[in-house]
Write a protein that binds this ligand. Sequence first.
Ligand SMILES: NC(=O)NC(NC(N)=O)C(=O)[O-]
Length: 397
Amino acid sequence: MAERRRTETTEADPDFLQFNDLCCESVGGKVVFATDEWFAPASNLLKRESPQFIASAFTEFGKWMDGWETRRKRIPGHDWCIIQLGVPGRIFGFDVDTSFFTGNHSPHVSIQAGCLGPLSTFTPGEDRTGMAATEGQMAAVAKLGSEAWPELVGVSQLRPGYSDCCHNYFKVNFNGRVTHLRLNMYPDGGIARLRVYGVGLRDWSSVPTNQQVDLVALTNGGVCLGYSDGHFGHPRNMIGIGQAANMADGWETARRLDRPKELKTDHQGILQVPGWEWAVFRLGHPGIISSIEVDTNHFKGNFPDSCRIEACLLSPEEESQCITTRWNSGKWKLLLPPQKLRSHRRHCYATSDLILDQPVSHVRFIIAPDGGVSRLRLWGRPTSAAPANQRNPLSKL
Ligand SMILES: NC(=O)NC(NC(N)=O)C(=O)[O-]
């Protein structure tokens, strides 16, 4: 039986793991080229789910592996692939996860970054019968000049995919906007997943100031900067693309242990409980929020009883202070008063439900007492207030 994995990070984990995965297939990331995909396709690198191992699974090419695995190279060179990020942005770190690749993991890796327009795919795809990508595909991809892209991770050793050492974390210090990555493995081998942690960077100059946009969306540069509990699902899932696929694609907390033995409600039917859970987001751009959507899709026996939303406008310096004080800022103002929530349902709040019409840059989403929410949408129009913070706000340095 599969082991239940802990979704929360620990103190020892790098801070960048809190950011969004910009290359996951669920946000539109795709592999556009790979030199070789003999044992397993490079698209597996971008799967959302954790890697699996099925001891009895074999294909006509060899052992079935849940990752990208090339053949043992018998010609000069090394294997590499080009990945198009689903959300272009700034990258703060990588996890090169070698789970289950033991004896066939790639011994070394490097990662380069490019900034270009969308590409169509050059991959060998299902054709794994050649020794490598065809000459035509190699010639087409050579025009990208990817071998000269800036290096975000220099040639580095990878640990094999045993459960206690399969995560190979690399911190990145690079200010540019990235659209594509070149992942090099030396000389060949297997990697289970590539996670690219960062914050989306949208070109706001092309967005008219009267246009309503979801200011917290991952695609628009929204990012979760703190939360009280993410036992079953990280709050950043709420700002993902489209509807949530299942409960794992939403924010879900553990059951709070301080719930009274006997529950009581107030005159609005809202439970009177001592505790709540919270998640703070920085918007992709400061703006005035005019409508809100809170979706409890998939959360049927575990939706929160109620929610409320606070908001404020913070400078980068104030943001840093808030992070060190766990967001106990005196600046929070109520945006959406407490609302009773319902099971597996989209709740839409119009301008008349909101009690703040000032520009804001950060929101605190509060649920009581606990439970799960699949999506949070904050529709509004961007204002000319200060641009979003560009450095890593969670950096411990
Ligand atoms: N037993 C293996 O995993 N062998 C090979 N890999 C696969 N996937 O079959 C290899 O040689 O790297």
